[in-house]
Design a protein. Structure first.
Length: 383
């Protein structure tokens, strides 16, 4: 009995010591290292919230990446341009903005680099007018502000949409009494697929604890841990992929989203010739390709159809045909359908350079406008 009592006391002392050590390390790291930043403080926005304050810079630190943001004189995250010259514009949300990747690695940057290389001079200007969390309504407002304040002349507009665009577009129109029911339907769908509160707490600790971030950043240097952490992130997500704007795929409000998107698309097309690009949250890849891009892979679960965009893609395509607007859908281009049973892994199209590279590759190969632009100035290669 005395031995068991001593063992229990020693175990409690060890746990207490570890707890004190953890708390002390957390405080030390908070003093020495910046905390992860997962949102953009309001003071960085313009007063009308249609863009960022010109000249602002900041750094976002996450367990998975460190990203530096630089805003140009127009209030967008991109290089400086000459507003007097025609410009190719990319509109979108965090995926187009390039959350998780640095400037120069985004698909809009890669398109610019291809045009500069192919034309041997800056014959075409490219401007990324994207903001995290934006919908088509706010993207249109940003573009109108730029055109009003800087006399911007869009040569071509690429409207890069994701599933969350539809829910946000519909919500904006609902506020104007153009549509109804969306908020209730979205809330019901969101609640039905929300992660368990325990996993939400674990994810919160993952981002808020500097000690956890510090350890993860060091451990991710090892291949075995990256594999383990990839699967763990999926488990913590508890359906996170379906929550990334696509959980409503079979919902009756899909047609209402499309109607809202069409409303804004008509206005955009009046501003300049517009193409719609459906940006997937995940690029599907056969599991045999894991070794090729292991650090960029995210586990999609046993059912690859979780990331099947065919139903929505077909309806968006019909909408674009009706408006005579080119539609580009890269979702299935890079998938290997011959071994569909092995499609358990995917490249993250949102926060990895590899995902942006795939999007740029698709645009350069399948956008008639970009192909003709390269051809007109003698660009022989689209790679």
């Amino acid at each position: 009995m005395r031995t068991l009592k001593h063992m229990a006391i020693n175990a409690m002392l060890a746990l207490f010591t570890l707890a004190l050590l953890g708390v002390g390390t957390e405080f030390a790291l908070r003093l020495l290292l910046p905390l992860p930043e997962t949102h953009v403080p309001g003071e960085r926005f313009n007063e009308d919230r249609t863009g960022f304050r010109p000249g602002t810079t900041w750094t976002i630190i996450e367990p998975e990446f460190v990203e530096r943001i630089s805003i140009n004189s127009l209030g967008v995250r991109d290089t400086e341009i000459d507003p007097a010259k025609p410009v190719i514009i990319f509109l979108g949300d965090s995926q187009t903005f390039g959350t998780g990747v640095n400037q120069g690695e985004r698909f809009s940057d890669l398109v610019r680099q291809a045009l500069v290389k192919g034309c041997r001079k800056e014959a075409y200007q490219v401007l990324n007018v994207a903001m995290p969390g934006a919908d088509t309504h706010s993207e249109l407002s940003m573009l109108q502000r730029l055109m009003h304040n800087h006399d911007l002349r869009p040569l071509k507009i690429f409207l890069c949409i994701t599933g969350n665009d539809h829910q946000a577009n519909h919500a904006a129109l609902t506020a104007k009494r153009v549509e109804s029911r969306l908020a209730h339907d979205m809330e019901m769908n969101a609640n039905s697929s929300a992660p368990h509160p325990f996993w939400q707490w674990v994810k919160s600790v993952r981002y808020s604890s500097r000690l956890v971030v510090f350890v993860l950043q060091r451990l991710e240097q090892f291949q075995w841990f990256r594999d383990l952490y990839t699967e763990l992130k999926h488990r913590l997500g508890a359906g996170e992929i379906n929550q990334a704007g696509w959980i409503y795929l079979d919902s009756p409000v899909l047609d209402q989203w499309l109607a809202a998107t069409e409303y804004y698309l008509e206005q955009l097309n009046a501003v300049g010739p517009t193409s719609v690009v459906l940006i997937p949250d995940r690029y599907r890849y056969d599991s045999a390709l894991r070794e090729k891009a292991r650090e960029h892979l995210v586990l999609t679960g046993k059912n690859p159809e979780q990331i099947d965009f065919s139903a929505e893609s077909a309806k968006i395509s019909t909408m674009c045909d009706r408006l005579n607007v080119p539609f580009l859908d890269p979702a299935d281009v890079f998938a290997n359908h011959e071994n569909s049973s092995k499609l358990h892994y995917a490249i993250n199209g949102h926060a990895t350079p590899a995902g942006h590279e795939l999007t740029a590759q698709f645009l350069l190969q399948h956008s008639t406008f970009l192909r003709e632009a390269l051809y007109s100035c003698g660009g022989a290669s689209l790679d």
